[in-house]
Write a protein that binds this ligand. Sequence first.
Ligand SMILES: CC(C)(COP(=O)(O)OP(=O)(O)OC[C@H]1O[C@@H](n2cnc3c(N)ncnc32)[C@H](O)[C@@H]1OP(=O)(O)O)[C@@H](O)C(=O)NCCC(=O)NCCS
Length: 370
Amino acid sequence: MTSWTVRPLPAPESLTAPAAWLLHGAVEAEHECVRDVWGNLELAHTAHEVLTLLRHQRYVRRERFVAVAGPASDTPPDPARVLGSALLSLPVDNNTHTAHLEISVRPDARRQGIGTTLHDAALAVARAAGRTTVTTSTDQGSEPAPGPATVTPSTGSGLVRSEDAGVRFALAHGFELEQVSRRSVLDVPLDASFLAEQQAAATAAAGDAYRVVTWDDPCPDEWVGQLAELETRMSIDAPDGGLDRQEDGWDAARIRATEAELRERGMRHSVAAAVHVPTGALVAFSAVKRPESIDEVVHQQDTLVLAEHRGRRLGMLVKTANLQRLAAVQPGARRIGTWNAAENAHMLAINVALGFRPSGGAGEWQARIG
Ligand SMILES: CC(C)(COP(=O)(O)OP(=O)(O)OC[C@H]1O[C@@H](n2cnc3c(N)ncnc32)[C@H](O)[C@@H]1OP(=O)(O)O)[C@@H](O)C(=O)NCCC(=O)NCCS
């Protein structure tokens, strides 16, 4: 067993600064964990993204910790000394009773108490910040079949494996499973005529009262206030299972700050939205993030149809509009990944109709730390 200590990871000045070895070590540890679950790094953050997120703390305060092997000094400054890492995210304006915790311990350094020490260090900060609820996630590369070696969330939809290291860890630390999300992946480009048929059917069902608008980051000034309203609604309209989350208010300044952060991270951002023609209001949208570093991969983000405009196939309308546009602006794209609550039957039905296939998911856990 190696000796190790846990310490905070402040943001280094740059990725080449002498102190950056700790950040590179944290990223290496996280990449080992991501590869262990998913078999690739498509869902991993690069060192550049991790540094960017540490620099943008206006809406989410981020505290990082690392477990470092050997003496409590910077010598040698070897990223391989970092055995594990934790990220604590503390919302600044809304949901200030909550904190979200992510812990990654290199597979060959597990079962020595590193995860627990990182957890305890992060929770001390969460408590000091007045947080009473902490959430965490456990990823799974495939969905388990029903059976005794599974845990069911409070929603009753979806399962996680009870023998999974993250699940055992979460249960051992007093977390309860409040939701399961399904990850689904769609191979693109879709057959152009299939997509055109889906789009035509959705357009016919929506009727003349709606028209589609699309944009890449930045959102046109004309729509930014309304997009903020849709994001606010998204925070309460998407199913949250038993997770104790309240409305997360957005305004135009937060949209602009998020766009700037995504750009700095190397993410392009594309949106398709539906305008209700009689009122001129945006009533539905679907957004995707497109990492500049991996042309084949696209990450689906939020999709929302306001409750009062549902049942008119606007979800399919904005999703197909995004897919058509993607084929034109990013012909190298090969996969789009999305996450949906296992109980979100309407959204899953749209995704299944488009050809998304189940590709694992995550357990969403919550503990009271008052
Ligand atoms: C979950 C994770 C962070 C645990 O890190 P770790 O350093 O091995 O954790 P600890 O050694 O502090 O384990 C504490 C307790 O969790 C439970 N546990 C952790 N891993 C386990 C496993 N593979 N099998 C059974 N129990 C396990 C045990 O109760 C363990 O106590 P014990 O060793 O005295 O029996 C690590 O496995 C990991 O990085 N997994 C992938 C990322 C992830 O799922 N993170 C979310 C965590 S909620």
